[in-house]
Write a protein that binds this ligand. Structure first.
Ligand code: ATP
Length: 447
């Protein structure tokens, strides 16, 4: 009788090398002939504001079906690969694996929803091992079990996107990625359902990572067909031995699900806060922009950092009294600053009027009047007539900001940020059938 197995793993990489998706691809290559896949491998990005992450806080889940002995074989492969290929010499790499059989307990789904915005302890995640169908394996501190369970518990039932990843030969790891860059521009133009390939605003190619990891390209899009088409159109100048397509929560804003009042905020969570600007934006050393907001429970600083480029210029136009919704990560207080919201996105709900007050003109000689002193009205500097009751002329200067969402440029966005190009896109219920998934995976594994 066939059984279902959910496999999650995380915290296998370090900045020196490796990548959890690469490990997943190696595992898929080994187990593909033994089992069938219920979904593409899932790349689940969790709370991007937790301090333990290497890069984008990504974890991987595989959802497979097979005979008991084949599933046991898969478990062995996963344990072997995580144990032997993780960057365990790095102090911050603490791999973890989770296996869940047949039905995912609803508590794991809740854990996963919380892992999108909150900070969870290893101990809390470890408690899931009390379920009879859950197995947890830790290496070193085993912090990876938090992400492993978080990935399993997120079956991507709502909006999702795809990412096509290609991987380099090991001898190339750490060297410059060579590619015909014109081919990236033309692939981008010919695949309207891919996105974030190039940041045209800052003329920066986004599909090539910069680190020492094994990834050569990452192409993101709405459909498997489109990301694969874009990959077929680019011209790498090195041999790429492996590729894979992941279904993912990237670019869905899934980490922004919880609203907080200011007095409820705590370090490292991803939060939505409705507030009013109470201190005007100012630049501080390093060209970071800071302003304060408040609600009925408190006041907090908000920051848009230098790498967010023109985003800072836009937010610098905020004025006291503007009503906004801030989406961001909570940076803990340190010696140099109080607890701060690191802004990832900002929605303007109401703008105060920008009124310019000017002295009126003299009705006798048309000269611009001068103030006669506080509450004393105006006096004409030319003919000396006094106007005690006259009020200033009020001109409304249009605000440069609009009632809409503001986002940093693509180069400074998070993996989870839903870009403006996806504004009206939602792939809910567009998941592929099992047979098609397995055909596509077979093709990718064959390369
Ligand atoms: P990459 O994106 O390159 O795969 P990474 O940025 O995902 O790397 P990891 O090395 O996986 O970084 O480290 C993230 C760690 O944080 C993992 O141990 C993961 O289990 C843990 N983690 C993930 N989400 C949470 C959370 N909400 N609370 C606490 N820990 C978390």
């Amino acid at each position: 009788m066939k059984k279902v197995l959910y496999i999650g793993f995380d915290d296998t990489d370090s900045l020196r090398g490796s990548c959890t998706t690469h490990l997943a691809t190696l595992i898929i290559h080994e187990i593909f002939d033994q089992v069938s896949f219920l979904d593409f491998p899932n790349l689940i990005r969790l709370n991007p504001n937790i301090p333990y992450k290497t890069r984008g806080n990504g974890a991987v889940a595989l959802r497979i079906e097979g005979e008991e002995k084949d599933l046991e074989y898969c478990k062995e492969i996963v344990i072997d690969k995580v144990k032997n290929l993780s960057e365990v010499d790095d102090e911050n790499t603490n791999p973890g694996i989770a296996f869940v059989e047949n039905i995912i307990p609803k508590e794991i789904i809740v854990h996963s929803q919380r892992a999108m915005w909150d900070v969870i302890s290893i101990k809390e995640a470890e408690e899931f091992s009390s379920f009879s169908n859950v197995e947890i394996i830790k290496f070193k501190l085993g912090r990876g079990i938090i992400g492993a369970l978080g990935a399993i518990g997120n079956p991507l039932k709502g909006d999702f996107t795809y990412e096509h990843l290609s991987y380099r030969e090991p001898k190339k790891f750490g060297t410059k990625r060579l590619i015909d860059s014109d081919s990236i521009y033309s692939a981008d133009k010919e695949t309207p359902l891919t996105f974030n390939n190039i940041d045209y605003e800052y003329d920066s190619i986004m599909i090539l990572p910069r680190g020492a990891d094994p990834v050569f390209t990452g192409i993101r899009g709405e459909t498997v067909e489109e990301v694969r088409k874009a990959y077929s159109l680019i011209k790498p100048l090195e041999k790429l031995p492996m590729q894979m397509v992941f279904r993912t929560n990237q670019h869905t804003n899934q980490h922004f699900s919880e609203k907080f009042s200011i007095n409820e905020l705590k370090p490292h969570i991803s939060a939505i806060v409705d507030a009013e600007v109470t201190k005007e934006p100012r630049y501080i050393e390093g060209s970071h922009l800071i302003f304060s907001v408040s609600d009925s429970t408190g006041i907090i600083d908000c920051a848009a950092y230098e790498p967010t480029k023109r985003f800072r210029g836009q937010l610098s136009k905020l004025r006291i009294g503007d009503k906004i919704t801030v989406f961001g990560g909570i940076r803990p207080a340190e010696k140099s600053h109080q607890m701060t919201i690191n802004i990832e996105r900002l929605k303007i709900n109401e703008l105060v009027k920008n009124n310019k007050l000017e002295s009126p003109f003299c009705s006798n000689c048309n000269a611009r009047l001068k103030s006669a002193g506080k509450n004393k009205g105006y006096k004409c500097p030319k003919c000396s007539t006094k106007f005690r009751e006259l009020l200033p002329n009020v001109t409304e200067i249009p605000r440069e900001l609009k009632l809409k969402d503001y986002l940093p440029p693509m180069i400074a966005q998070r993996h989870l940020t839903k870009p403006l190009v996806r504004k009206n896109r939602d792939n809910t219920s567009k998941q592929k059938q099992k047979i098609e998934i397995n055909n596509i995976l077979a093709d990718l594994v064959k390369n």
